[in-house]
Design a protein around this ligand. Sequence first.
Ligand SMILES: CC(C)(COP(=O)(O)OP(=O)(O)OC[C@H]1O[C@@H](n2cnc3c(N)ncnc32)[C@H](O)[C@@H]1OP(=O)(O)O)[C@@H](O)C(=O)NCCC(=O)NCCS
Length: 173
Amino acid sequence: MAKANEYLIRKAKKGDGKRWVEMWNEGIKRKFFVYNGNNKLRTKKDIAKANKKYSSKSKNEFTFFAVDKKSGKIIGSCFSNQEKGRTRHRVEFGWMVHPDYSNKGIATSLVKRAIKEAKKRGIKRAEAEAAKENIASIKLAKRCGFKIEGTRKKGLLTDDGRYIDTYLFGQVL
Ligand SMILES: CC(C)(COP(=O)(O)OP(=O)(O)OC[C@H]1O[C@@H](n2cnc3c(N)ncnc32)[C@H](O)[C@@H]1OP(=O)(O)O)[C@@H](O)C(=O)NCCC(=O)NCCS
């Protein structure tokens, strides 16, 4: 486990865009983020978009980052999207950590923090999706209280051209 005093978990804020994109591009280039829906390198435009998102007080989204205390680098992220209308009590989570910081308990801390925030906001249901091959993500979801509620057949198209099934995870908060 990474020592808890080596990194902190905090809400995303304006100005985080650049470091978030650096983490994302590192994960893509090193072929660590192979089961995320998006497979593109991010650009300056994405930095601006992220900064805008992190500075707005959107009621429907919240993002938590793990930040290395020494370098200030963003080393992990858990983002959320709360739905609207009759499904407004649901939130969908996505998560990732920097390839150099995996398997140290960082995603567990991030997801638990995001669940706490969701409960605080009165959200009743959390959801996530992970490819059946994504062992770390499946373990993470289970460790954070999610249960497999279903399977999406051919839910993901991998970069090497395979359609693979994904699990749909849910938990009532
Ligand atoms: C999934 C991911 C976020 C997990 O982050 P992490 O910080 O390494 O997770 P944690 O250290 O908190 O560990 C959570 C569980 O995953 C397991 N795990 C972590 N890395 C693993 C690996 N490479 N292989 C197998 N299990 C792994 C841990 O042992 C732990 O399981 P346990 O409860 O049985 O002990 C990380 O692997 C990642 O960023 N993957 C690439 C991006 C991605 O796939 N995102 C999700 C798309 S659905």
